[in-house]
Design a protein around this ligand. Structure first.
Ligand code: LLP
Length: 424
């Protein structure tokens, strides 16, 4: 069977085919691979900025970039410069955002198990909002503020009990979840009542995050249905619908745009007569499609009557999503973007693990050779950020491209980095 070229909607906004070769941001990606080595993450900066701008226009009351999807100081700055708030879920993400120069007022502090140290750091700098996830956290905040720290604005994270139609591991709004306060149990009502009457914090709203890689915008409507009564009861000025908008990863997939998502969310809020500020926290929808990963083909191993394994110089350490969630990706050769893809192979990594795969069934051109640069698109979210050093493989660099120029924003890890934390 012949597969056509990789569909254009899976490539970054500024992708162009010049003489058969892939250019992003005016840069020939094969030249980038030569200059920076592989594996390499290449982000289209214009694509990133345009998704941030779209989000800001679609959620005019305020919208946060969920930094867990891809975090570095350069990314934090892009989101901040384009007018976004930033969702940070740990002391580490908070640290990077502050190091990048993001104003604390624009930070939303998340986390289901924030330590006193993390809360103290957030309170000390004066983050804009803290999204509270447990009664223990309410205790901790009251304790810290009671001892003299400035009191925060808080939202209560409600678990709306909505099945978001996504991978089991990516669902967060179902009743059996470690996140948020449940409605049926009465915990959500109790947490809201407590935060509202506490003199040690200012309750400003409710928050829900139903899950990730969600294509069905109706799921978000149902979350708003669940939150609306709390907003009305407590006359709260803010509601956040979290993140979770899905993106297309493979041929034939189509996802709602950020604008369509926002329209559905705003419409649902209007239908409940909600006049609070409506906020959101997209991560994946901002960064996923902006990046491609470039690998070098190292071995091609046909196994008679079974399959052909094509191994690249990265793997589950730069993209654990196929292993964790069975996620699908496309692969193609940036030297021949428009070529038919007649050869079906299993793209695997270099890790000592049988499950280390990048694409279970990848269609690639039949003349693919050792040394070719292989490209997987839509790798901008939860690849670099969930990367690891398994097998002491060094983590890849990140390059932003724009207007014909490339800038290194995260350097490649070195072997010295691998021993830098050892104490012997
Ligand atoms: N807000 C909260 C409170 C979240 O927990 C998350 C994601 C987001 C916003 C952003 O969600 P997004 O728009 O990116 O879907 N590692 C998984 C995704 C886990 C998402 C965790 N929370 C993956 O690779 O698919």
């Amino acid at each position: 069977m012949t597969y056509g070229p990789v569909p254009a909607n899976l490539l970054p906004d500024t992708a162009q085919v010049v003489g058969g070769r892939l250019h992003i941001g005016g840069c020939d990606v094969i030249e980038l691979a030569e200059e920076y080595g592989t594996p390499l993450f290449v982000y289209d900066e214009e694509h990133l900025r345009s998704r941030c701008r779209e989000a800001v226009a679609a959620f005019p009351d305020g919208v946060a970039y969920a930094t867990k999807a891809f975090m570095s100081q350069a990314m934090a700055r892009v989101a901040y410069e384009e007018g976004m708030y930033l969702d940070v879920a740990t002391g580490g993400e908070l640290h990077v955002a502050l190091a990048a120069g993001v104003s604390p007022e624009r930070l939303v502090m998340h986390g289901n198990n924030k330590s006193s140290m993390e809360l103290q750091a957030a309170l000390d700098v004066g983050v804009g909002r803290i999204v509270v996830d447990s009664f223990d956290e309410l205790d901790r905040i009251e304790d810290l503020v009671g001892r003299g720290t400035a009191s925060p604005r808080v939202l209560i994270r409600v678990n709306p009990g909505v099945d978001a139609h996504t991978h089991e591991y990516l669902q967060t709004g179902v009743p059996d979840s470690k996140f948020g306060f449940g409605i049926v149990s009465g915990d959500a009502a109790a947490a809201l009542a407590r935060a509202r009457t506490s003199p040690l914090m200012e309750l400003v709203g409710v928050h829900a995050h139903i899950g990730s890689q969600v294509f069905v915008v109706d799921s978000f409507r149902r979350a708003i249905d669940a939150l609306a009564p709390f907003l009305a009861e407590h006359e709260l000025p803010e509601i956040s619908i979290g993140g979770g908008l899905g993106v297309a990863y493979v041929t034939g997939e189509e996802a709602p745009s950020i604008t369509e998502w926002a329209d559905a969310v705003m419409g649902a809020c209007r239908s409940h007569g909600i006049d609070a500020r409506v906020m959101a926290e997209p991560g994946r929808a901002i960064v996923a499609g902006a990046a491609v990963t470039l690998y070098t083909v190292g071995t091609i191993k046909p196994i008679d009557s079974i399959r052909t394994y094509l191994a690249v110089d990265g793997g589950m350490s730069d993209n654990p999503r196929p292993v964790l969630y069975g996620s699908g990706y496309e692969a193609f050769l940036p030297r021949a973007v428009n070529a038919g893809r007649d050869l079906v192979v299993r793209v695997v990594g270099k890790h000592c693990e049988a499950g280390d795969l990048i694409v279970a069934e990848a269609a690639i051109p039949a003349d693919t050779q050792l040394g070719d640069i292989l490209c997987t698109p839509v790798t901008g979210a939860y690849g670099h950020s969930m990367g690891s050093n398994y097998n002491m493989v060094v983590r890849p660099p990140v390059v932003f491209v724009k207007d014909g120029a490339a800038r290194l924003v995260v350097r490649r890890e070195t072997y010295d980095d691998l021993v830098a934390r050892d104490v012997i």
